[in-house]
Design a protein around this ligand. Structure first.
Ligand SMILES: Cc1ncc(COP(=O)(O)O)c(C=O)c1O
Length: 400
């Protein structure tokens, strides 16, 4: 029988929090990102909920959930990265500072005349590609989006309905990334990928910066700093961006916990190996946590996360399913949160740690007690509605 949770303490020398990348995630940088994103006329802050009844039931001070399923009406946070990276790319082409540009200006015929017809290309499990397709359409450009084998038809359809060319390949995520990178080079298309490699650094960093609007909103929406933040990781760009900002913003130390599915646990394996260099995992990576099905860490995110993660957790499929069910069925007056598979995984881990005696040691190691204020970010809603219903209504992946 597979273990529900596996975990490893980060034992790397983390005295040096000073990755040069942190300078991209200061309050000043983060404000610049938010300022541009708010120029979009229908921009709205996403809600943040305090689940008080659940916190009291679980024996912690606070359970806080930032709900990114409301972001831009796209049911996931990812668009924040794609739109900012595309905007920065166009700003650079124009030789302008993004601080002086608005969404409306980028749409204008004058801009089009200067930058020409651009095609943006990307690989996605669904959410990132939908964001890129949305941003390209909104700004009047083309998008081509490729998905790994096994991707949900509903997610493909969402991308197509943004007017993009989109298809599901026969490759896994990491091989599809290599394929799109090659297509971009051959055709002069602009690759908007959320992971970096040598010679491809700028755009992934802009994507990470784009995500920081979430944490900028969070620090404004809460009064007391969280003591713990549980973060889901695919390539780790999202978690890296959140950690890079929060650790600089708060004076007090925050405990960061990373969560991945067993089949794509490259951060867990890297922390287990305990060397400065990360490791990758391969294979098919079939998981309901589609957004987390990435076997190769983003090296930029690794730089940040290896210095700041306290514990890295790898989890079984049913953990995410439990998280979806609990968040979708609130206690007393708590708010109902519709969390998709990747969105609910960190909460599912927390729930298991708090309720399963087997993980008492982990609970103690993390000091998850009545003083804990635990923050989660629901990174997606029911982006695969059929699977959501199977899990929440029909008990698919129920606890054994
Ligand atoms: C819903 C959701 N949550 C989390 C992630 C993880 O983000 P990252 O790949 O940057 O670690 C993704 C990635 O696609 C996602 O779609």
């Amino acid at each position: 029988m597979k273990e529900k949770l596996k975990w490893v303490h980060n034992q790397l020398d983390n005295t040096n929090h000073g990755s040069p990348l942190l300078s991209y995630f200061t309050l000043e940088q983060v404000k610049k990102v938010g300022q541009f994103q708010r120029t979009y006329e229908r921009f709205e802050q996403t809600p943040l909920h305090h689940l008080e009844a659940l916190a009291s039931y679980m024996g912690v001070e606070k359970i806080i959930v930032k709900d990114e399923s409301y972001r831009f009406g796209l049911n996931a946070f990812k668009v924040l990265g794609g739109i900012y990276a595309i905007a920065q790319y166009i700003a650079n082409k124009l030789g302008r500072n993004i601080k002086e540009l608005s969404f409306e200006q980028l749409k204008s015929p004058e801009v089009k005349a200067k930058v020409g017809d651009l095609t943006f290309i990307s690989t996605t499990d669904g959410n990132h590609g939908r964001g890129v397709a949305w941003a390209a359409r909104e700004l009047g450009f083309q998008a081509r989006i490729y998905m790994p084998a096994g991707s949900a038809a509903e997610r493909l359809q969402h991308i197509k309905s943004e007017g993009a060319f989109a298809e599901i390949t026969t490759m896994n995520y990491d091989d599809t990334v290599r394929y799109t990178s090659q297509l971009a080079q051959e055709n002069g298309w602009v690759l908007v990928q959320d992971t970096m490699w040598d010679g491809y650094e700028e755009i992934p960093l802009w994507i990470m910066q784009g995500y920081t609007t979430i944490v900028q909103e969070i620090v404004e929406q809460i009064q007391l700093a969280p003591t713990h933040v549980f973060l889901q990781a695919g390539v780790g760009s999202f978690a890296g961006a959140v950690v890079a900002f929060l650790q600089q913003y708060y004076e007090q130390e925050v405990t960061f916990v990373l969560v991945e599915p067993h089949v794509a646990n490259c951060y867990y394996e890297s922390f287990k190996k305990n060397t400065d260099q990360f490791v990758s995992v391969g294979g098919e990576m079939q998981t309901i946590m589609a957004g987390l099905a990435c076997g190769e860490p983003n090296p930029q995110a690794w730089q940040i996360l290896k210095a700041s993660t306290k514990i890295s957790i790898s989890c079984e499929e049913e953990i995410a399913a439990t998280g979806m069910r609990v968040l979708g069925n609130p206690l007393d007056t708590d708010t109902r949160i519709i969390a998709g598979e990747s969105g609910a995984a960190p909460f599912g881990c927390f729930y298991e740690i708090m309720t399963n005696e087997q993980y008492k040691e982990l609970k103690n190691a993390l000091h998850l007690n009545e003083h804990a204020r635990v923050l989660f970010i629901n990174t997606e809603g029911d982006t695969d509605k059929e699977n959501y219903r199977q899990i929440v209504w029909h008990g698919k992946y129920a606890n054994q």
